[in-house]
Design a protein around this ligand. Structure first.
Ligand SMILES: [Fe+2]
Length: 320
């Protein structure tokens, strides 16, 4: 968002200006018609952002798991059971190793969140008041379990037609069916419901397609779009960073309110603090805590009013 755009116009005019500024018109059209789109590396990841993010993810995996991931053959992650073995009920993890809470691991992840192309599409889907729900990394080697189709909207069906949440995933290694690609059912975002069990296996559902995306692409989808993943049959690793954002009133996966180091907030522009939930106040423990939380949140609301140029940001517009 440039300063000149901040000074005038409605949020609808602002978002359209941003879409044009970043040449995203065709991707917005595809989002509307299919429920997902693939923004190519030259738009999504200039200056080799994807290469640097891949290295940062490999570093995180090495720190957390004690060995460098085998990017070429995937031996470190073949048949990976994962941390949620008991929940998935599958032979191996359908998504490999899910490494959560990346934002605190490397300043590069802050840059990935503040990518103007990512924020433009997230704002288009969920409004300027969108916040980060979670940022993690899927690192998947050869496996046998596909990931069941589902929506990302965290509520029971029927689902509202607008995007309550959105997913903007950095693809850091080439994605195709053999590499264990994300599976999508085109147009399913308009059905406003989750798949029934008999519809949820991507290998059996004839409407499920594998997304094809080069490393450095940003795959973006509406919260209601049915998606999952095919198992990986090729050697090597599939590495991606799902940046999952939500409207401010939706319960987030990560609990960031009051839990972000001040120096992290100080080195970024005001929208970063808003994205990291610092303008929200729910979850107080006592009267004193409520007063403190509201005071802090109010400062971030004021900063966002100034930053966006939208006087109504702190009131009704918060829930746009
Ligand atoms: Fe999902």
């Amino acid at each position: 968002m440039s300063n000149s755009q901040n000074q005038q116009g409605s949020s609808l005019e602002q978002i359209w200006n941003e879409i044009r500024e970043h040449n995203l018109e065709s991707f917005v059209a595809e989002l509307d018609s299919k429920g997902f789109t693939v923004v190519p590396p030259e738009l999504a990841c200039p200056d080799d952002l994807a290469g640097r993010l891949l290295k940062a993810c490999l570093d995180v995996a090495e720190r957390r798991n004690g060995e460098r991931p085998d990017l070429e053959l995937g031996t470190t992650h073949a048949g990976f059971k994962g941390h949620y073995d008991g929940l998935t009920g599958t032979v191996d993890s359908p998504f490999g190793d899910l490494m959560q809470s990346l934002i605190f691991e490397d300043q590069l992840f802050e840059k990935a969140l503040m990518n103007p192309v990512l924020l433009t599409l997230a704002s288009y889907l969920c409004g300027y008041s969108v916040v980060l729900s979670s940022m993690g990394c899927f690192m998947k080697g050869p496996n046998v379990s596909s990931f069941a189709l589902h929506t990302d909207t965290p509520m029971p069906s029927p689902l509202p037609p607008h995007s309550m949440v959105c997913n903007l995933t950095y693809v850091l290694t080439d994605m195709n069916k053999e590499n264990g690609a994300t599976a999508f059912v085109p147009g399913s975002h308009k059905w406003c419901r989750d798949p029934e069990p008999y519809e949820s296996n991507p290998d059996d559902n004839p409407k499920a397609v594998a997304v094809e995306a080069k490393a450095g692409s940003l795959v973006v989808w509406h919260g209601n779009t049915w998606h999952g993943a095919f198992n990986r049959t090729a050697p090597g690793l599939r590495v991606s960073i799902p940046v999952y954002l939500a409207r401010a009133y939706v319960r987030s996966q990560e609990g960031l309110i009051g839990n972000v180091p001040q120096e992290m907030l100080d080195r970024n522009e005001p929208r970063f603090g808003w994205l990291l939930q610092q303008g929200l106040s729910y979850g107080y423990r006592s009267q004193d805590d409520a007063i403190a939380r509201l005071g802090r949140a109010g400062d971030y609301v004021k900063a966002m009013v100034e930053y966006t140029g939208q006087q109504t940001f702190g009131s009704k517009a918060l829930y746009d």
